[in-house]
Ligand binder design. Structure first.
Ligand SMILES: NC(=O)c1ccc[n+]([C@@H]2O[C@H](COP(=O)([O-])OP(=O)(O)OC[C@H]3O[C@@H](n4cnc5c(N)ncnc54)[C@H](O)[C@@H]3O)[C@@H](O)[C@H]2O)c1
Length: 443
């Protein structure tokens, strides 16, 4: 049955969830404090690059199942389920910055009245304990406003999101599982029923357990990546091939082949910040998260591997031109948060190189992420519209993000260059016919 849903925050998670819920037939209101974003969404324009999102959004708009606003009063009054999907970025000390979440709770609480019962659902990734804290926080806000029996006016539920950028619509529509954490199981069941049409495996838990499932899942996936990268670095010294090692490991169903691709490290808006936040949480309760700290450390070193390898071939890159292919933190997204291309470009510039960077969709976000470098280095950092233009006059190419369009290329254009393949995209035996080629963990 169609339910009334508000989604607070229309970023990668909020917009995809909102559009998908509307596509499933629910009545959705998407709310954001960013007025420009809301205006664009009302016109059916998608402000992010996410395959498949525009078509489901436009279908939902046409059928009148989704609406956008900046007005909390309108969103809260016209919904029964209020999903919080605002950002939870890292603070300096690695802990999660909950100021956006707190501000969203406040705005929601200002609009809950005497006869209401609202289900407030955390989709944002929030530290274990946040849900129970939120219950007290919201209750106190209602009490202050003189709302009658404040604890009966709402319930807080955790429903962490596991979608991957670039495959977000598909992941939402075909989830491996839906995790719902609630102290009130009946209300938890109501939230799970929003996904009924998808018939997903549902795991109903208490609040802190659901919150921890999200962090533990991301930390585990990040651990797999740092693990395989560490093994890759050892392979390289011993003449073993990491791609075959990973295949051999992945055939073991206890290991699985996923997240075993060696490369130049993980980035994105989730893995780095979530592992750091979990480290912070663990230390707060007097635990020693040694493994998690190593995951971050290995990753930080791995991000600069392409530069390290380049310097083996061209020890002094001052005044040399280096092309960088792929800027987004992974293919099929325009997201630049914590992208390995950022430290790579910084290091190249610091060493005096001229950098020509290319990405199929993330250039505008890359310019924002590298604003300081653009100011400091001026024309030493150039963004090109075409991958081959980036190669003009370049002595070397670093491949940082494995976009599909880099797979089949005119290899003649790489003749005489040093090519560092940070994602093991190309075949070494083929590449060595054209250029000086190195990849990660392959002989
Ligand atoms: N991006 C992912 O792949 C992914 C996957 C799973 C979980 N998550 C989690 O989901 C949450 C959201 O991530 P995201 O990548 O969608 O973030 P985002 O930065 O893309 O979007 C956040 C949106 O919230 C809006 N916002 C901020 N404060 C607000 C407020 N008080 N009221 C209304 N809107 C407000 C911002 O304007 C922005 O549009 C984070 O906790 C993240 O860890 C992200």
């Amino acid at each position: 049955m169609a339910k009334r849903i508000a989604v607070i925050g229309t970023g990668y998670v909020g917009l995809v969830s909102g559009a998908c819920f509307a596509y499933l037939g629910h009545k959705v209101i998407g709310l954001d404090i960013d007025k420009e974003k809301i205006e664009r969404l009302k016109r059916g324009e998608v402000p992010i690059y996410e395959p498949g999102l525009e078509s489901i959004l436009n279908k939902a708009l046409k059928e009148g199942n989704i609406d956008f606003t900046t007005d909390y009063s309108y969103a809260v009054k016209n919904s029964d389920f209020i999903f919080i999907a605002v950002g939870t970025p890292s603070k300096e000390d690695g802990s999660a910055d909950l100021s956006y979440v707190e501000s969203a709770y406040k705005s929601v609480a200002e609009n809950i009245d005497d006869e209401d019962f609202k289900v407030i659902v955390n989709k944002s990734t929030v530290p274990v304990g946040t849900g129970r804290w939120a219950k007290e926080f919201i209750k106190n806000l209602l009490k202050k406003r003189g709302v009658k029996e404040p604890e009966k006016r709402f319930e807080v539920v955790s429903n962490p999101e596991f979608l991957r950028e670039g495959k977000a619509v598909e992941d939402f529509m075909k989830p491996d599982r839906v995790v719902v954490g609630a102290d009130n199981r009946e209300v938890g069941g109501l939230v799970a029923s929003l996904y009924e049409k998808l018939q997903p495996p549902v795991l109903l838990t208490d609040l802190p357990t659901a919150e921890m499932i999200k962090y533990a899942s991301n930390a585990f996936l990040a651990t797999k990546i740092s693990f395989i990268n560490e093994i890759a670095n050892v392979c390289e010294e011993l003449g073993a091939d990491i791609t075959v090692v990973a295949r051999g490991m992945g055939l073991d169903h206890r290991i699985s082949p996923y997240f075993l691709r060696a490369g130049c490290g993980f980035g994105g808006s989730c893995f780095p910040k979530d592992v750091k936040a979990l480290i912070h949480t663990a230390e707060r309760v007097n635990q020693k998260p040694q493994l998690l700290k190593a995951v971050i450390e290995v990753n930080e070193r791995q991000k600069l591997k392409p530069v390290e390898k380049l310097l083996k071939h061209i020890p002094n890159i001052e005044g040399k031109t280096v092309a960088v292919w792929g800027l987004a933190f992974k293919p099929e997204t325009d997201d630049m948060r914590e992208a390995p291309s950022i430290p790579v470009i910084r290091e190249l510039l610091r060493r005096g190189a001229l950098v020509k960077a290319y990405d199929p969709v993330a250039t505008e976000n890359a310019k924002r992420a590298l604003r300081k470098e653009i100011e400091e280095y001026g024309e030493k950092l150039v963004f090109t519209q075409d991958k081959y233009n980036a190669l003009d006059g370049a002595q070397a190419l670093l491949l940082i993000t494995e976009w599909e369009e880099f797979k089949e290329i005119d290899f003649d254009k790489l003749k005489g260059k040093v090519v560092i393949d940070g994602r093991n995209l190309w075949e070494p035996s083929v590449m060595r016919r054209f250029c000086t080629y190195e990849s990660i963990g392959r002989p």
